[in-house]
Design a binder for this molecule. Structure first.
Ligand code: ADP
Ligand code: MG
Length: 624
């Protein structure tokens, strides 16, 4: 054993930031430091249990796998000890000196992205190991790695800017954390206090947790227990424990199967969508066990990517225990599990949608985006996913949704397609030019309000053999579906005048238009662009740019097909204006095109349009 002087290390800047917040502001719940340290002890012990299976030589192999908590009320210390994998010198630096691990990283991201807004959320967020500095003015971590060439080490810090690492003497395998409580928190060094905290937060730890030698938890693998023996409360608590979540689960699926593969699983849908809060992309969170032994806490291929919001546990006795994580992720067994689990989870969602529509509607409002992602990326499950899609439509009330099946059940006999319009919000679509003709014929149109929806339609193509078609498509023969109910229509321009006006517009608008024609589909709007869905919408262009796929996205927008409404006063006036004031007529023509492009979501940069608009206003104001 060397007797070198302690090595001094500065905490990484991010750690200092976290420490500062943890110590000075966030938590009112100081006691959660126990939960965090016990959870780390449990993680380290789970890892050891797995290592025991894959490695031959393990230091201190005969040690019991349990977590021991002891305290000294007089000295004001608490010691939390595990016999898990322990840490090497490098691991101490990496794990306790930098932020490379999940909990604290998510916390930092949340701080960066959500700022003060998310304070409530952040307050509930696990910041892991560092939470101990809320209550401690000094923390010592004694540790010995499972590796046979490991050394006994002592890490210590007061949680300000730096920590020290030095050699220690005679540590058993695992980690022993000695917490020197601040004067005002010495109350935690108390048996019943600690017992209550452990029972509250750590009831589901898969190893005995002992305080002063007495077990305080009942180790139970709830996913292997009979459904009838688990209470609702236990399900909820297990979710919080397993997912390290602060919310309640909204619903769960506890199921077992023997064929085609042995499965015991408990899958949860959370209440909150953390991605929706700007916490960054979620990592998968369903842990894989084999007969209660944790194989991998967040395997990548256990569920499809679009189900990454699901939390829970899957236990399969068919898994070979001694498999490495890497080869396990790609194994056919995991693929089989994936298939069964996805199918069952989708079935659960379908059941919710049918039997508890309000529960499903609320789920959809938070997690629908994941299912949409599924439609665009997962061909295998597309048909099942399509049944789960919900959209607002011209038939639903504001914020109410319809399923595609319900949409079709209302469609007139002659309707062979599913129509949709996309826009930034319901109002924009309702006041735009495209809905008019459909409204006049009582044909329902789905409202797509999220940028991803256009991708969804493009990928899905059809539902029950009815193609998805954008309602701005000029090939739609509306009269063949249902008659126009609009009875009193204003007089239209004479055909010859109208076609002259179209020619004039085509000339004026030059490269901007491919074609200008008259249309009787318009009711209250002067003009519209048809087939805009073939062009890339401004939203899509922005998204593509954001995704840095500039290649192929031309800056110049392609020419469009413009249709004008020969019954609209503006169009009628324009026909005569072009004889009398060609300059103003020209400005108005260009403005009509830009307005139509705007309504179609094609106008990316409004600068020119605004300038021109002022020009028109100026001209009009001169007249009075
Ligand atoms: P997280 O648990 O989310 O990874 P923590 O801040 O709680 O973050 O812990 C940081 C890291 O320190 C852990 O990922 C683990 O590698 C290491 N660690 C903490 N406690 C222990 C322990 N008792 N035994 C072994 N390693 C530990
Ligand atoms: Mg932790």
């Amino acid at each position: 054993m060397s007797t070198q002087a302690p090595e001094r290390h500065e905490f990484q800047a991010e750690v200092k930031q976290v420490l500062d917040i943890v110590v000075h502001s966030l938590y009112t719940d100081k006691e959660i430091f126990v939960r965090e340290l016990v959870s780390n002890a449990s993680d380290a012990t789970e890892k050891l249990r797995h290592t025991q299976i894959t490695e031959k030589e393990i230091f201190d192999a005969e040690l019991e796998l349990e977590i021991q908590i002891s305290f000294d009320a007089e000295a004001g210390t608490i010691t939390i000890r595990d016999f898990g994998i322990g840490m090497s010198r490098e691991e101490l630096v990496e794990n306790l000196g930098t932020i490379a691990h999940s909990g604290s990283k998510a916390f930092l991201n949340a701080l960066k992205e959500g700022g003060g807004k998310n304070e409530n959320l952040i307050g509930q967020f696990g910041v892991g190991f560092y939470s101990v500095f809320m209550v401690a003015d000094r923390v010592e971590v004694f540790t010995r790695s499972w590796k046979s060439d490991g050394e006994s080490l002592r890490w210590s810090s007061d949680g300000s800017g730096a920590y020290e690492i030095e050699s220690a003497e005679g540590e058993r395998r695992g980690t022993r954390i000695v917490i020197h409580l601040k004067e005002e928190f010495k109350e935690f060094a108390d048996k019943s206090r600690l017992e209550t905290i452990v029972k509250n937060y750590s009831a589901f730890v898969q190893f005995p947790v002992k305080i002063d030698g007495q077990p305080v938890n009942t180790v139970q693998a709830i996913w292997l227990t009979n459904k009838s023996d688990v209470t609702e409360e236990e399900y909820k608590e297990f979710y919080k424990f397993q997912a390290k979540a602060f919310d309640d689960p909204r619903f769960w699926l506890h199921f077992s199967a023997d064929a085609p593969i042995s499965i015991h699983s408990l899958l949860y849908a959370p209440t909150e969508n953390m991605e929706g809060f700007g916490f960054g992309r979620m990592e998968p969170g369903v842990s894989l066990y084999c007969r209660k032994v944790l194989i991998d806490s967040d395997p990548k291929n256990l569920l499809p990517d679009w189900l990454r919001f699901v939390r829970g546990v899957v236990d399969s006795a068919d898994l070979p225990l001694n498999i490495s994580r890497e080869s396990m992720q790609d194994s056919t067994l995991v693929q089989k599990l994936n298939k069964v689990l996805t199918k069952r989870f989708l079935k659960l969602l379908e059941e919710k949608a049918n039997k508890e529509p309000e529960v499903y509607a609320d789920f959809w409002s938070k997690f629908g985006i994941f299912l949409k992602e599924g439609v665009t990326t997962d061909f295998t499950h597309r048909d099942q996913l399509l049944k789960l899609l919900r959209y607002e439509s011209s038939y639903t009330a504001d914020k109410e949704n319809t399923s595609l099946a319900d949409y079709l059940s209302r469609a007139p006999e002659g309707q062979k397609e599913i129509y949709y319009l996309s826009g930034p919000n319901r109002q924009a679509i309702e006041s735009g030019p495209y809905l008019e003709a459909f409204k006049a014929r009582n044909i329902e149109v789905l409202f797509l309000l999220e940028p991803i929806d256009e991708f969804v339609m493009n990928h899905a193509r059809s539902f029950e053999e009815k193609n998805f078609v954008s309602a701005d498509n000029d090939a739609i023969d509306l009269d063949a579906i249902a008659p126009d109910t609009e009875t009193e229509k204003p007089e239209a321009l004479e055909d010859s005048v109208c076609s002259e006006l179209c020619t004039f517009l085509k000339e004026q608008l030059g490269d901007g238009v491919e074609e200008v024609s008259a249309s009787d589909r318009l009711v209250g709007s002067p003009a519209m662009i048809v087939n805009a869905d073939k062009a890339m919408t401004a939203q899509m262009r922005k998204m593509m740019r954001a995704m840095q796929q500039q290649g192929g996205i031309e800056d110049k927008e392609p020419p469009v097909k413009l249709q004008i409404n020969p019954r609209h006063p503006l169009i009628k006036n324009l026909a005569s204006l072009r004889q009398n004031d060609s300059e103003l007529a020209q400005l108005i023509s260009s403005q009509i095109l830009d307005n139509a492009r705007m309504a179609a979501g094609l106008l990316e940069d409004p600068t020119t349009m605004l300038q021109r608009n002022y020009g028109i206003l100026e001209k009009l104001s001169e007249r009075s």
